[in-house]
Design a protein around this ligand. Structure first.
Ligand code: ATP
Ligand code: MG
Length: 569
């Protein structure tokens, strides 16, 4: 397949290779191990890995772990597992910013020695106040008056070196001092107003443990970690654009490999929150069962929901790489998944809301095996047998005592085909004497119509699914709806939070559904199309009496394709 170089990142890389700025391409995917990967990261790693691959380069996996209070080894493990599942291979190139602490410290010393960094005694709050506040426009460029220099800004290089050494040695309390870059307190970009490079924090780090009590800030650590690895193109999401002058400043001051930062648009999805901070809140406050709850936009949640790695990669490929942020309709993600599932999922029959169907002219105790097609989209999937008998389960809504207009399923006097079986004609129904609810539907079958061999005069308008009551197994089904009702859950009314947008009906349990016996063998992660109902996946949980649990992945109806058609696309 011819490579497409039309996106702007490829353009930059091509220029950089042509000009000799870099001789080869090395990118990195830099997750912070403070949460599980979500579908936004899926886009980021796609961009990082695919750009490297396109230019014959490599992509490093680097854990950006400079924030001890929020990071954990369990997140590292979850991130690696999800990346592998997505199909990314970083080979042996697995790095940790925390392994660079000594190197980063040395570079900080180098910058102090140049007179371009100083130890400040101002508190966080004072630093903020001296920096000045701004009514920022979208580029964070302001016309606010310049900030004020810290009274400690003119400390001598010797004093700064000595104090920095003592900071590292633990001579000062947390927050008592910081190391700041000496740039420009009048800079129009607030981030350039003497940003903090190191802070004192006595926190246990999951890798360096208690070896350090000072930790580098992201804006200092990230460019220099890129440089340490010889990253040519440091691809990141758009919110880092205003950090780029600082990225370049640290590279220049530290005199290290000149990595280049290029930003691309973040992925936003309707009905979804894509920020680890908020996802963590949902987990911690138990709005969901965990990071892998099937309603979560995490890779693990989507996997448990029944998403395939192919669908996720196709999705991020199709939405492309843009320079401005936008929100993608979640129906498009579902469309990509449906395309894949339609090709790959075996079909089975299940009944979620059972109603008994009694075939009056079928001998009690007689069973017959019918042939069912496993996947009409894939001949190699073959066929299986389904057992037909006198008493069947059908869906409650496939029968109506008094049919509404255009209702072609079962009602007294009407005929339907039972999928893979016979045409049956409804002869009546039984009711509970007290509640008057329908307890069973009665019908007769036509032996000449077996497996689709209907004589011409027996064409019926509807085919319904069914199960032999004596052979069906019990399953539990979990139906999911969007976790957030609102299109854009982060847009809230004054005084409200994103939690107010949670959908109270995002999970519906169906503990007593029925399925073909073959589903007893399904293992966690096996995906199926339940005929006429949608796509489902075997969950890792078991329900009452050990019955297998199936999560609804999504319905059969394709709202995306329909809307595209309506719009004439
Ligand atoms: P979050 O806001 O979810 O905490 P983050 O940027 O802090 O995201 P990191 O672990 O630092 O999370 O992200 C690793 C990489 O993934 C970064 O390069 C970041 O730019 C990118 N990334 C994160 N979220 C998205 C998104 N929604 N779309 C595209 N890229 C993203
Ligand atoms: Mg981040």
């Amino acid at each position: 397949m011819a490579e497409d170089y039309s996106d702007f990142i490829s353009e930059f890389i091509k220029e950089d290779l042509a000009s000799g700025r870099y001789s080869s391409v090395l990118t990195r995917f830099p997750p912070e191990p403070n949460g599980w990967l979500h579908v936004g990261h899926c886009k980021a790693c796609y961009v990082d890995f695919s750009m490297a691959e396109k230019f014959g380069g490599k992509c490093n996996l680097r854990f950006d772990d400079t924030n001890p209070e929020k990071e954990d080894i369990s997140y590292v493990e979850a991130i690696k597992r999800d990346l592998k599942w997505l199909g990314y291979d970083w080979e042996e190139r697995e790095y940790y910013a925390s392994d660079y602490y000594e190197y980063l410290y040395e570079l900080a010393v180098k910058i102090i020695k140049k007179g371009h960094a100083y130890i400040d005694d101002l508190s966080d709050e004072e630093i903020r106040e001296y920096r000045g506040t701004a009514v920022a426009d979208k580029n964070n460029i302001t016309d606010t008056p310049p900030g004020r220099n810290s009274p400690y800004r003119e400390r001598s290089i010797e004093e700064n070196l000595e104090l920095f050494g003592r900071m590292r040695a633990g001579a000062f309390a947390d927050g008592a001092k910081t190391l700041r870059a000496k740039i420009d307190m009048a800079h129009p970009n607030l981030l350039m107003r003497d940003p903090v490079m190191y802070r004192i924090r006595r926190d246990y780090h999951y890798r360096t443990q208690n070896a350090w009590c000072i930790y580098p800030m992201y804006d200092f650590a990230h460019p220099l970690s890129d440089a340490k690895e010889g990253i040519s193109h440091s691809l990141c999401s758009l919110e880092y654009e205003i950090h780029r002058p600082l990225y370049d400043w640290f590279i220049r001051e530290a005199e290290v490999f000149p990595s280049r930062q290029i930003e691309f648009a973040r992925l936003n999805l309707t009905h979804t929150v894509l920020s680890k901070r908020y996802l963590l809140k949902l987990v911690q406050e138990k709005y969901v069962s965990g990071w892998d709850d099937p309603r979560m936009p995490t890779i693990a949640g989507l996997r448990r929901r029944g998403y395939t790695a192919t669908a996720l990669r196709t999705f991020v490929d199709k939405i492309g790489i843009a320079k401005t942020d936008s929100t993608v309709d979640i129906a498009f993600l579902e469309y990509c998944l449906r395309q894949d599932l339609n090709k790959t999922s075996p079909r089975v029959m299940t009944v979620l809301n059972p109603l008994k169907l009694i075939i009056e002219n079928w001998e009690a105790g007689k069973v017959e095996e019918l042939e069912a097609i496993n996947n009409p989209e894939d001949e190699r999937a073959g066929t299986r047998t389904v057992v037909f008998s006198r008493e069947l389960w059908i869906e409650q809504d496939d029968f109506a005592v008094a049919p509404p207009p255009k209702y072609f399923r079962l009602f007294p006097g009407n005929s339907v085909r039972l999928r893979y079986g016979y045409i049956v004609t409804c002869t009546g129904f039984d009711t509970d004497p007290q509640t008057k609810a329908v307890t069973a539907v009665r019908c007769t079958y036509d032996p000449a119509t077996r497996g689709g061999n209907a004589p011409d005069n027996r064409i019926v308008k509807s085919t319904i699914h069914w199960l032999s009551a004596a052979h069906a197994i019990h399953i539990e089904v979990r139906h999911y709806d969007y976790l957030f009702k609102a299109d854009k859950p982060m847009e809230t009314a004054p005084g409200a939070t994103f939690l107010d947008n949670l959908n109270p009906h995002s999970l519906e349990l169906i503990p007593d559904a029925y399925a073909e016996p073959c589903l007893a063998k399904a293992v966690s992660g096996d995906r199926y199309q339940f005929e006429r109902l949608g796509y489902f996946v075997r969950d890792l949980d078991c329900g009452v009496d050990g019955r297998p649990v199936f999560n609804k992945t999504l319905g059969l109806r394709d709202t995306w394709a329909k809307e595209q058609k309506k719009a004439g696309v």
